[in-house]
Design a protein around this ligand. Sequence first.
Ligand SMILES: Cc1cc2nc3c(=O)[nH]c(=O)nc-3n(C[C@H](O)[C@H](O)[C@H](O)COP(=O)(O)O)c2cc1C
Length: 249
Amino acid sequence: MFESPVQQLETRPACWLIRYSGLRAREMPLPSPAMHPIDLSDLMAALRWRYATKSFDTGKKLAPEVFDALLDALVLAPSSFGIQPWKFIVVQDPELRAELQPASWNQPQVTEASHFVVIAARESVAAAQVDDWIAHIAKVRGVPEASLADYRGRMTGFLAAMDDGQKFAWASRQTYIALGQLMTSAALLAVDACPMEGISPPAYDQILGLPGSGYRTVVACALGYRSAQDKYALVPKSRFERTQVVEYR
Ligand SMILES: Cc1cc2nc3c(=O)[nH]c(=O)nc-3n(C[C@H](O)[C@H](O)[C@H](O)COP(=O)(O)O)c2cc1C
């Protein structure tokens, strides 16, 4: 019996929604009537609940499927032209994490958190990456690469106007979109997170063996569950009033 994509979505187990790989990208859920908004109050509660966690409970680890969903949140992050000029490095080795800590103003999150992700950006974005990306889109969508010639031309033209430093700055900006998506997704899953720019990217690059890889460290994110002793959890959120940061024209 024929099942529309929406019916297929609705009949699959919920965990399927967060499972896909690049080659199964066409199976990714599409915006459809199957999508239901969460309650506004739940969204606000998650955004108010989250805070930049300073101290993690070392005894509490993320369940594998929860971390898996957070990796998917990173992989699904949007980027300019969709080119994904990033690498997400999951630092699992406790010795590596111990090495990274002094390169992070000795912040305890690096070693205490359940998971630690370093987000690196492409040092430059060359024609080869545009080719890879075009080939990937053509494969996933089942169209000839030639049909994407205009798109390739726009991308190539955009990149040609930048030197390598500007391309790295541009790629780095994209990584913050992934970071934001990761943090919001974590909050919605009641996972604590600490975004971390208080790190030395050159030292991270050395420790993680990035020189020569084409990627450089930009930012990191610790993930896990807050320690009951973290007094920052109870500090009132300090944000400017909406009238100070929102303008209407
Ligand atoms: C890009 C970025 C880098 C940050 N780096 C650090 C960091 O290295 N260490 C830390 O404890 N907090 C860090 N923070 C957390 C901010 O200080 C925190 O988000 C801000 O004060 C607002 O507080 P809240 O997130 O707890 O609501 C960083 C936040 C962002 C967005």
